[in-house]
Design a protein around this ligand. Structure first.
Ligand code: KIV
Ligand code: ZN
Length: 435
């Protein structure tokens, strides 16, 4: 017997998502400056946050969760600087997170005075474990917290709207993916009953996979269930917010989009609590790879990585999809050969990108394809010939390549390590000249 058990499935007999495919980009919201920042050992200071904010705007994000202004003076002052220094472009909305508590809501509203477009994002936690251990409250009491918070926000909207701020409201039943869907629906509808969204003035219902507890198909079922059962769906923007505890944050988001969601929250390179938030770069680039424009610009990936590493103190691992230093590098001779042929074919026709081993054209993100020619017991004759020619100008005819390749390979195998070009030259010399 095990102390763990699989997460219960959602009853969705007519599920649609497995037979769909994506046809358009979702709305994107970067949560780098909030979820990403709260997970750093040393959170960003105001100037680092400003640098990242400008970079996110440059990438094309139109919604940016800038922080939790009631949590600290740094967070509050960051909002004030953004607003007072007019740093927020007209078409960019800033979003702020807040719990359903009066003092925190009050401070959040103050931090946003004078902004043009804002999202106030209220959350409270809903899963059975949170209800039982953290809050010690019944379902009804948890709903009461959410309704009270929703009303407190609604009562303060005039302070922002009077001065021309456009306000959208967002609710997250935190720990949604571990919550019974029926309860998540009930509490979300209770909040929306207070806020009264309409198709002309939609509100955001964000459904977090706060901690991944199941396979991504289960999250997709939960999303489709909410999309098909929630009251007044046409007045809601259904938003996904996945984390990566089981390593499937990207899969969960992509399946959640198939299941009917409209919007995606995530961070650059997956920074965020524990194993991180969804890596928004991956989902956007995956769409791009399907021929769908994501509406986000990652054409200067190296510049973005430099900014990210400098502001967060984190690093991008060498095998990170699309962004890692090694993802457009081929080490093996057969891969190099296939890529070379594919690139030549693409150069001739320049139509659909179908170069073997390269998911996208590295030039599209300001990168280049690299070959690393190393000769070890795994290498073929091509690598041996390449090194002799490029390093010493020894050009082996094809017959000789076929003959010397296996000889070199046996010698290298008996050494049990990678060999340098000069050692290969010595082997060649012994075999053909000194013999
Ligand atoms: O992961 C989460 O549930 C969150 C919420 C506050 C949206 O970050
Ligand atoms: Zn989160």
């Amino acid at each position: 017997s095990s102390k763990y058990q699989p997460f219960p499935l959602v009853s969705l007999p007519n599920r649609q998502w497995p037979t769909r495919h994506l046809t358009q980009a979702p709305l994107w919201c970067s949560v780098d400056l909030r979820d990403g920042n709260q997970a750093l050992a040393v959170p960003m200071n105001v100037s680092q946050k400003l640098e990242m904010f400008d970079a996110l705007v440059k990438c094309g994000f139109k919604e940016i969760e800038v922080g939790f202004p009631s949590a600290s003076n740094t967070e509050f002052n960051f909002n004030r600087r953004l607003i007072e220094e007019n740093r927020i472009p007209e078409d960019v909305t800033i979003q702020c997170l807040v719990q359903a508590r009066e003092d925190l809501i009050e401070r959040t509203v103050e931090s946003l005075l004078g902004a043009k477009k804002v999202v106030i994002h209220m959350y409270n936690s809903t899963s059975p474990a949170q209800r039982k251990y953290v809050f010690g409250k019944t379902k009804e009491e948890i709903i009461a917290i959410a309704i009270k918070g929703a009303q407190m926000i609604k009562d303060r909207l005039h302070r922002l709207e009077e001065t021309g701020t456009q306000v959208t409201l967002q609710y997250s039943p935190e720990s949604f993916s571990a919550t019974e869907v029926e309860f998540a629906k009930e509490i979300s509808e209770a909040v929306m009953d207070v806020w009264q969204p309409t198709p002309q003035k939609k509100m955001i219902l964000n459904l977090p996979d706060t901690v991944e507890v199941a396979m991504p198909n289960v999250y997709a079922d939960q999303i489709e269930w909410i999309c098909t059962h929630i009251k007044n769906r046409e007045s809601l923007i259904i938003s996904l917010h996945t984390h990566n505890d089981r390593g499937t944050g990207t899969a969960a988001t992509e399946l959640g989009l198939l299941a009917g969601a409209d919007r995606v929250e995530g961070t650059l390179f997956g920074n965020g609590e524990r194993t991180g938030n969804l890596d928004i770069v991956q989902v956007a680039m995956n769409l791009y790879m399907h021929g769908i424009s994501p509406g986000l610009d990652f054409s200067d990936m190296n510049g973005l990585i430099r900014m990210y590493e400098h502001t967060t103190g984190m690093t991008v691992p060498p095998r990170q999809p699309y962004a890692g230093e090694l993802v457009f590098t081929a080490f093996s001779g057969s891969h190099q050969d296939a890529i070379k042929k594919g690139l030549t074919g693409y150069e001739e026709h320049k139509t659909i990108w179908d170069v073997p081993y390269l998911t996208i054209d590295p030039n599209d993100i300001g990168r280049e394809y690299h070959e690393v020619i190393r000769v070890n017991s795994q290498s073929g004759k091509g690598g041996v010939a390449y090194l002799l020619e490029s390093e010493f100008g020894i050009e082996l005819p094809k017959d000789m390549q076929r003959e010397f390749g296996p000889i070199a390979n046996n010698l290298v195998d008996s050494l049990g390590r990678e060999v340098k070009a000069a050692e290969l030259r010595d082997m060649f010399w012994k075999e053909y000249i000194e013999r």
